[in-house]
Design a protein. Structure first.
Length: 658
């Protein structure tokens, strides 16, 4: 019977005094990832963007036309504008506190929740500047209003001085914020990168043609060709930006498609610039209220729909029925695309605002761009025909690639699809390119991996325990082994002299075992199998070893994973040194990890580390490898015994895992 019914549990283990209530900005310091996406370099620069976005909101609202961004030698970033200045009068809801102090010390406070102060803005959650304050060891704000200058100081979310009147400022107005990121949060070595700040300031000037942005940086901080001072102002907006990005590249049309349009009923506006270069990689940049949305969103969908409908309509106009099959990939693939929208009360996927989710944005953008694009195509028929021809060529290439992939996939799986092992959880992609199969030990690890995977490109094959050592087994025993039979069927490429590299069903074969001795043994047995039975797969670079962590280290809001004991000690002596208690958890195996942890540490292509297993090209170079495998994995145990004896003296007691 469980303790729940027997009363065996100690009630003092969990009491009211263990319930924490985080007040003020303490939640931000404890869990910075919830507000800025982490504590890495990207998150650090997110602080700069938050401060600059506030000044941009003043400019877009028509109250400022100049912004200054300056990086000092000690890493302090200063952003100032000539806008209205943050209100410094007493807040009616919080007696004794100015509106300025409320904004800087309380989450969800600001002037952007309604359209009274700003018609459109990037900061809608009232979180940005207070988060910057919480994550800075020093922040100073100066406000020039009504010909007077006011100043207040903060540190780690708290005021360190009262709001003071500095003196008269007859020729100054606006807000100046100088802040230094807290090394307790970002690390002692974390500093702003001048080149990244320079690009950020420059991009903001492109997004709003009515603002001048002045950039300056201490020359000692610059290690590349980033200028120490610059002034940005682009009357042409995104069109100027695109022209600079294209350079001298030849495009499908002599003129690129650019313009600006207002949404109905003053709901906002859109500005765009699109070109179709004949060579080179394309790129896409999307913005909402000057905020970058790298993951696109509903405004991107509106643009794509408008361009596809427009080119299809033009194809119908000139009697080109083939154009009915054009897709967004045909029209936009390889293009240089820039889109900036200003809308009221936008909705984003998260506080980091990577993706716009406002449903009305798609409709507004499509309607705004569609008419302009129709005119762009039909106003100059030669230009329209050139762009249609460009898109049709892309469509032909796409259809050809798809046909080739389907043929290759069918060839690889012909006669075997119905005989794929039942325990295999396959991916949905139609072609081997970009796909992966993870070989994991046990159903528990397999269950976590199935939930952590990308269903489109990642397949999971669980195996039971330690597979047969093929180097010491005869052909009959190998052929009768169910785990090996499942593995051969799943890969579809045959073994030994029947190995067909073109029939391999996956681009990468990843061995993913526990980060302990047993896991290493299983990985060794699997590598022996591939080396002996599918040497071509190894030689062609398709075999990889995953690198799951053995430890999880946490300290406040900071979390890191260690591959082994040496890596753990390195982290403890580095990133986690001298900052309070570090909680260390040891994973017993892949099955003990949550799907989210497994994805973030081991399976996500953006974050993981893989080790590629390869073979030398020539027989002479392979001979030592063949000899090593035979000695360690072959039938003669005396070779293994001798190998251990030769190295026993170098093994210390500390190395024995008891």
């Amino acid at each position: 019977m469980s303790d729940l019914f027997t009363g065996a549990a100690n009630p003092t283990d969990y009491t009211a005094d263990q319930i924490e209530v985080l007040e003020g900005l303490e939640p931000v310091r404890r869990r910075p990832g919830m507000y800025i996406g982490g504590t890495d370099e990207r998150a650090l620069h997110h602080l700069a963007a938050e401060v600059l976005d506030n000044s941009m909101d003043e400019a877009v609202a028509g109250h400022a036309n100049r912004i200054e961004v300056s990086l000092a030698s000690d890493g302090t970033l200063t952003v100032s504008d000539n806008g209205r200045g943050i209100p410094i009068d007493a807040h009616p809801k919080y007696p004794g506190k100015s509106a300025l102090e409320v904004i800087f010390t309380m989450l969800h406070s600001g002037g952007k929740f309604s359209s009274k102060a700003y018609a459109t803005s990037g900061g809608l959650h009232g979180v940005g500047i207070s988060v910057v304050n919480a994550l800075s060891d020093e922040l100073v704000v100066e406000v020039a209003r009504n010909r007077e200058l006011y100043r207040q100081r903060y540190s780690r979310g708290h005021t360190t001085s009262k709001l003071e009147k500095v003196g008269a400022a007859p020729n100054r107005r606006g807000t100046t914020i100088a802040f230094h990121p807290d090394p307790e949060i970002f690390g002692d070595k974390a500093t702003f990168r001048p080149s990244r700040l320079y690009r950020l300031a420059r991009s903001k000037a492109y997004l709003f043609r009515g603002v001048e942005i002045r950039w300056s940086c201490d020359p000692e901080l610059i290690s590349d060709d980033t200028p120490a001072t610059a002034v940005f102002q682009f009357p042409g907006g995104l069109a100027d930006h695109l022209a600079e990005q294209l350079g001298t590249r030849e495009c499908a049309t002599n003129e690129f498609f650019a313009g600006r349009a207002e949404f109905p009923d003053s709901q906002g506006s859109a500005e765009w610039a699109v070109a179709w270069p004949l060579y080179g990689e394309g790129s896409a940049s999307y913005y909402c209220n000057t905020i970058p949305t790298p993951a696109g969103g509903t405004h991107e969908a509106g643009l794509r729909t408008a361009l596809v409908k427009g080119i299809r309509g033009f194809a119908g106009l000139i009697g080109q029925k083939k154009g009915e099959g054009l897709t967004a990939e045909d029209v936009l693939s390889g293009g240089e695309i820039m889109l900036s929208v200003f809308i009221r009360e936008p909705q984003f996927q998260s506080q980091t605002k990577d993706r716009l989710t406002s449903p009305e944005a798609a409709k507004f953008v499509e309607a705004a761009i569609k008419d302009h694009f129709d005119h762009f195509l039909s106003d100059n028929m030669e230009r329209g025909r050139a762009l249609l021809g460009f898109a049709l060529e892309r469509m032909d290439e796409r259809l050809k690639r798809r046909a080739e992939k389907e043929i290759k996939r069918k060839t690889a799986t012909s006669g075997r699809r119905l005989r794929l092992p039942g325990k295999l959880t396959d991916c949905s992609a139609d072609a081997p390119e970009g796909t992966e199969i993870f070989i994991v030990e046990g159903d528990s690890a397999g269950g976590s991996a199935k939930q952590a995977r990308d269903r489109k490109t990642q397949a999971i094959l669980p195996i039971r325990g330690k597979i047969l050592n093929v180097a010491s087994a005869n052909r009959d025993k190998i052929g009768a082994n169910q785990e090996i039979a499942d593995l051969i069927q799943a890969l579809g490429c045959g073994t030994r002299d029947r190995f067909d590299p073109d029939a391999l069903r996956y681009d990468r074969v990843v061995i993913m075992t526990d980060a302990d001795v047993d896991g290493a043994h299983i990985a060794t047995l699997l590598m022996t199998f591939f080396f002996q039975e599918m040497a071509g797969l190894v030689k062609n670079g398709h075999l990889y070893l995953a690198q799951p962590p053995l430890y999880r280290l946490s300290q406040g809001g900071k979390v890191a994973y260690a591959r082994d004991d040496a890596h753990k000690d390195e982290l403890l002596a580095g990133d986690f040194s001298g900052r309070g208690k570090v909680e260390i958890g040891r994973f017993k195996g892949l099955g003990e990890m949550s799907p989210i942890q497994l994805r973030e540490t081991t399976m996500d292509p953006e974050k993981r580390t893989l080790i590629r297993v390869t073979l030398p090209d020539t027989y002479e170079e392979r001979a030592p490898v063949v000899d090593l495998v035979d000695r360690l994995m072959g039938r003669n145990p005396e070779h293994r015994f001798n190998f251990i004896q030769e190295r026993a003296a170098g093994v210390s007691e500390d190395a024995i895992d008891v």
